[in-house]
Design a protein around this ligand. Structure first.
Ligand SMILES: [Zn+2]
Length: 499
């Protein structure tokens, strides 16, 4: 067999400073970004140089090429250099990709997962120059596997395309599902709201009562005395829903719902709906003004804080869900909380806990999670998974190696025939030697593939070796966590701590 080809690692930094600003609109931003790209590339090259000089390395790394997408964000895979990189991977030109950080390939773990699948198919390793994620080592590969198992969450739950469809429908004023609302029935065939006259009268009365009483609590008293109930409906599975007495939240929701104006809301925009209004604009507007004076909406500050435990925190005193919130302190410092929903609905005096500091409770949860993840049960579970993976993948690898070696023999015979033909001085030697060059290139490519398959088999072997390696990787849970893009962390938390 020919000597093993030198691996060809690739530095692949992409942007960037701020995905929202495009280089065209802000030249100084472009300059900044350029510098940052260069710096990232330098760091990747250094990373490669260190491995090239490391006498411990079984295979010396050499730098091949940089792929850099200036002006693109890691939020999309539609980037020219990235596409070129993927094509070069397919052509077998690359052994290792070195990225400045994992999110330079993609900000979304699920997208990164797509790229990673591609790398795996072609036996290409991935290393991050600033994170301990080098898949050429079994520990790094294990970390990456852990990370990627989180991708499942994102792919299954986020459903980008579904969201886009809903957005388009809303902009057309169509009803897009969700809970039925008081005052309307749902025409399932036409997917729109139709006025339910009896309920519509109640809705108008609710607005009137609030306007007369001027406060939610006083209005609530009247509303419940009159025996009004929230919307009642039967689900498709035959379950009865709603029909409760009103509380602050449900009444408030009615009074602020733009559907009663015949409109449909998408994000912060209102669009004309395909249904009829049941509340006069003047009435709606005057109620909204009074409410606006009293009512500051909660949970509108998600951008400032990640709220890792969104949907997971329960109030210790009353067992109700707690919801993200924030407040501005006297010194203009912003504070982040989880608020007890009972305190929101029934007033601050109804719950002794009321609110907890978000950073404090998140740290607590994170520490607990880290403990949990490095427990022996977890280690054992991971070793088991690794062993199973090895058992499944090893036969595939053997098969592929056999197939590749068969192909190699064929290519070599072809090359030999060509050499013989040239030697015998037969027809056009120029064309024959051209074909010989092609055959030799093909032989090299197949040999490179065989080397990669063998390397993967060796790694699988190492990974299923035992718990010590797993323990080592899990011990660096904090680091692993930091390599998860911020916007994915809350979802990851939900995956690890089911509500
Ligand atoms: Zn509470």
């Amino acid at each position: 067999m020919a000597p093993r080809p030198e691996p060809k690692p690739i530095a692949y930094p992409t942007l960037s400073v701020d995905a929202r600003s495009t280089p065209e609109s802000r030249p100084e931003q472009a300059a900044l970004e350029y510098n940052s790209l260069q710096a990232q590339e330098e760091i990747c090259k250094n990373y490669v140089a260190i491995r090239a000089a490391d006498p411990q390395m079984e295979r010396k790394w050499t730098f091949a090429q940089a792929y850099s997408d200036a002006g693109f964000s890691g939020g999309t895979l539609e980037r020219p250099a990235l596409k070129r990189l993927l094509a070069d991977i397919e052509a077998g030109k690359i052994d290792v990709i070195v990225a400045y950080k994992i999110d330079r390939i993609s900000r979304s773990i699920s997208q990164f997962y797509e790229v990673w699948k591609h790398l795996e198919t072609h036996h290409v390793d991935f290393a991050s120059a600033t994170q301990e994620l080098n898949t050429a080592t079994s520990q790094g590969k294990l970390m990456l596997n852990l990370l990627l198992s989180f991708a499942q969450y994102e792919r299954e739950l986020i459903g980008e395309r579904t969201r886009d469809k809903i957005a388009a429908a809303r902009k057309n004023g169509r009803w897009c599902g969700g809970k039925p609302i008081l005052g309307y029935d749902i025409d399932k065939e036409k997917n729109r709201l139709v006025v339910n006259e009896a309920e519509a009268r109640i809705v108008r009365d609710l607005f009137q009562i609030y306007l007369e009483e001027g406060s939610l609590l006083r209005a609530l008293k009247v509303v419940n005395e009159k025996g009004y109930r929230t919307k009642q409906w039967v689900t498709s599975t035959g379950r009865k829903n709603g029909g409760h007495t009103f509380d602050k939240v449900t009444l408030n929701r009615v009074l602020l719902n733009p559907a009663y104006l015949g409109k449909v809301r998408h994000l912060d925009q209102l669009y004309p709906g395909q249904h009829d209004a049941i509340v006069a604009p003047e009435l709606f507007e005057s109620v909204r003004k009074v409410l606006g004076d009293h009512h500051k909406p909660h949970a509108t500050t998600g951008l400032d804080h990640d709220y890792l435990l969104r949907g997971l925190v329960r109030c210790g005193a009353c067992g109700r869900a707690m919801t993200p919130s924030s407040a501005m302190g006297r010194n203009q410092k912003k504070y982040f909380y989880y608020l007890c929903t009972r305190a929101i609905r029934e007033g601050a005096s109804s719950c002794p806990v009321r609110r907890v500091s978000a950073p404090a409770v998140e740290k607590l949860a994170f520490d607990r999670l880290r403990q949990l993840v490095s427990s022996e049960t977890m280690v054992a579970a991971i070793v088991k998974v690794a062993a199973r993976e090895a058992a499944e993948r090893s036969p595939q690898l053997c098969e592929e190696r056999d197939r590749l070696e068969g192909e190699l023999r064929k290519r070599r015979e072809e090359a030999k025939r060509l050499v013989d033909a040239i030697a015998s001085g037969a027809s056009s030697a120029g064309m024959l030697s051209e074909r010989l060059r092609e055959a030799e290139a093909a032989i090299k490519a197949v040999e490179a593939r065989i080397a990669r398959v063998s390397a993967e088999a060796a790694r699988l072997q190492a990974k299923s070796e035992g718990p010590d390696r797993v323990r080592g990787a899990l011990g660096r849970f904090t680091e692993l966590w930091q390599s998860v893009p911020r916007k994915s962390r809350a979802g990851l938390m939900r995956l690890l701590v089911p509500p």
